[in-house]
Write a protein that binds this ligand. Sequence first.
Ligand SMILES: Cc1cc2nc3c(=O)[nH]c(=O)nc-3n(C[C@H](O)[C@H](O)[C@H](O)COP(=O)(O)OP(=O)(O)OC[C@H]3O[C@@H](n4cnc5c(N)ncnc54)[C@H](O)[C@@H]3O)c2cc1C
Length: 450
Amino acid sequence: MDYDFDLFVIGAGSGGVRAGRLAAATGAKVAVAEEYRYGGTCVIRGCVPKKLMVYASEFSEMFEDAAGYGWTVGETSFDWATLIAAKDKELERLEKIYAKNLGGAGAQMFDTRATVTGPHSVKLASGEEFSAKTILIATGGRPFVPNIDGSEHVITSNDIFHLTSQPKRALVVGGGYIACEFAGILNGMGTQVTQFYRSEQILRGFDNEVRDHVANEMRAKGIDLRVNTDLAGAITKVGNELHLTDNNGDKYVFDTILYATGRVPNTDNLGLETAGVELGKKGEVIVDQYSRTNVDSIYAIGDVTDRVQLTPVAIREGVAFVETVFHDNPTSPDHELIPTAVFTQPEIGTVGMGEEEARSKEEIEVYSAAFRPMKHILAGKDEKMLMKLIVSKATRVVLGVHIVGHAAGEMIQLAGIAVKMGATKEQFDATVAVHPTAAEELVTMKSPTR
Ligand SMILES: Cc1cc2nc3c(=O)[nH]c(=O)nc-3n(C[C@H](O)[C@H](O)[C@H](O)COP(=O)(O)OP(=O)(O)OC[C@H]3O[C@@H](n4cnc5c(N)ncnc54)[C@H](O)[C@@H]3O)c2cc1C
């Protein structure tokens, strides 16, 4: 049978752009539909604008630290509108590059919403319908806001990048990495930040010592972090102010309330049920190890599958999909030992298992050191860095590396290579230290802490 396209990709985010580009480069006839902006969440309202805002927010501390090194910094002030305009300009530049790369590879682009109407058919918002041999769902996810009274007054991570002025008093609700990163960003810029998290400790899923360390340092930097705390009752708007009460009966007034309480897959009204595609409880597309759904001609990659929600993972899944379908080389994306960074302040870099998870599986040794890095001494700061290695007692293999502190994200990319290669503690120790650095602690921790 003749199809209009060999591949129809729905969604031009991290995964869709990579898959569409690589498939088109094989000479296949490829279409890509994007309903908002090329680049998707990562480029337009995720990793990139967030990191730019993290950089902006770090200056306040650098100005303070400079005095200890002999600098006199004059009066400083921060202009939100200048940052937002500069950020928007950069995103436009990146968006153009993404669109150019796709078009340049030969993909036909439709700047519109698309839905699935059958195993081999896709419909655009205009009503135009196309047939495709293979359909790739790469529609990503969106922020989830629980059903609370007054939820129309809250914003999500999608909105914060477009606020026209900096909030003076902000509440961040949530304890995941996005909530914690924005609490740090706003705090660094001078906003008075309160953060509510309804359970025991923020950053669920990370090593417990890392979670405690980061929570303590976030508080030390001025964030009013309240765990076991949630809203009780409604958010009410009084003039420009948002009023609320928490579950302990404490009352608050904020200018902005940011909900960062998780993300859900973008599968609503996508037509997948019509084509017989199986969805999970959260609406995620269920796929096998080759990212194929239960319908042979439909595949899905990235956040919409709710496997590991990270840009490099969506890209890897896109690459593996093209290998499988267009190079006749069945390839599964590798989800083992993914190094990741969290741009909290202080920053986290982590790869492999945390202490609790590793201990539940086998006997381990833990090497952990919390110390004041050299950079903080003349600055007169008490902030500590944390370095932690989890080592298998039986094999000596390093099962996890966890770093909290300046440049942790940069360090973990490199430590991730060693861990991925299955390096042992003795091989870490056989590596000569780079001196004077904070990272040298990774190869100089001699005796296990426990
Ligand atoms: C605030 C924030 C910070 C983040 N920080 C990081 C980080 O530091 N590091 C990291 O690795 N990851 C980070 N992420 C996660 C990362 O952005 C995602 O994992 C990644 O973007 C997923 O790529 P994707 O291709 O699956 O989907 P997306 O990038 O979400 O792309 C999906 C695209 O599909 C489009 N679309 C949806 N439905 C349709 C339709 N029916 N028709 C046409 N188009 C449609 C959307 O408009 C979107 O452009 C962050 C996310 C957020 C929200």
